[in-house]
Design a binder for this molecule. Structure first.
Ligand SMILES: C[S@@+](CC[C@H](N)C(=O)[O-])C[C@H]1O[C@@H](n2cnc3c(N)ncnc32)[C@H](O)[C@@H]1O
Length: 181
C-alpha cells in the first residue's frame, strides 16, 4: 500500500472496541495507534492484549485534541456521521493519514473536528459500532491505495494477476522536475 496511516480514537470507553480497532489496525498495516482522553485504561489493556497488536504498533495517548502530535505532513481525517462529511466512496485518501473515530455514546468533539483536514462518513441509514466503522474505513483505504488486480467485468476472479507498475521511471521524472513527495 502506498504511504502510511495511523488510527486513533477519542473518548473511547469500551475495552472490547479498543481491542477490535487495534487488532484491525494492526492487520490492515497501520503504523501507529493513538487515543485522545480515553475512558478506559489502554495502558493496562496493552498488557492483556492477546492479538499482540501493541507489540508491533507504537501507542500514543493525549489529554486533549490540542495536545495531539502527528508526523509531519500526516493529515488528520475525522470519521463522523455528519451532514457535511464527505461520503467515503467519493473520498480521496491522503497518502499520509491518521484516522480518528469518536466515542461509543457520542461524536467527535468540536476541537478534534477543528483539527481535521477532512471529515468523512460512511453512507448508511444510521451509525454503526465504532469498531465496524474503523474496519470499513481501513478496508476502503486498502482498496483505494493498495495494489490489486483489476476486477473483471463479469463475476469472479480477475483474468490477470496483478503486476506492479514500473516505478523507476516515475521517480526519475519527479527528481528531474524537483517535485517533492
Ligand atoms: C456508534 S458511533 C456513536 C453514536 C452516534 N453518535 C449516535 O448517537 O448515533 C461511534 C463512532 O463510530 C463512528 N461511526 C459510526 N458509524 C459511522 C458512519 N456511518 N459514518 C462515519 N462514522 C461512523 C464515528 O467515529 C462515531 O463517532
Amino acid at each position: 500500500m502506498r504511504g502510511y496511516f495511523g488510527v486513533g480514537v477519542e473518548g473511547i470507553s469500551k475495552e472490547q472496541n479498543v481491542g477490535t480497532i487495534v487488532r484491525s489496525a494492526h492487520s490492515f498495516g497501520a503504523e501507529f495507534f493513538f487515543a485522545i482522553s480515553p475512558d478506559v485504561d489502554i495502558e493496562a489493556l496493552k498488557v492483556s492484549d492477546t492479538s499482540d497488536a501493541f507489540d508491533h504498533m507504537p501507542y500514543y495517548q493525549y489529554d486533549s485534541a490540542q495536545a495531539l502530535v502527528l508526523p509531519e505532513r500526516c493529515q488528520l481525517v475525522g470519521v463522523e456521521f455528519t451532514e457535511d462529511a464527505v461520503p467515503l466512496p467519493s473520498f480521496r485518501h491522503p497518502i499520509r493519514a491518521a484516522y480518528i473515530f469518536g466515542p461509543e455514546m457520542g461524536s467527535l468533539s468540536a476541537p478534534v473536528i477543528e483539527r481535521c483536514a477532512h471529515v468523512v462518513k460512511i453512507p448508511m441509514k444510521f451509525c454503526v459500532n465504532v469498531g465496524v466503522a474503523a474496519a470499513l474505513v481501513m478496508y476502503d483505504r486498502m482498496i483505494c491505495l493498495g495494489r490489486h488486480a483489476e476486477r473483471p467485468v463479469t463475476p469472479g476472479r480477475p483474468l490477470l494477476d496483478y503486476t506492479p507498475p514500473a516505478q523507476v521511471h516515475r521517480r526519475k521524472l519527479r527528481r528531474k522536475k524537483g517535485v517533492r513527495r
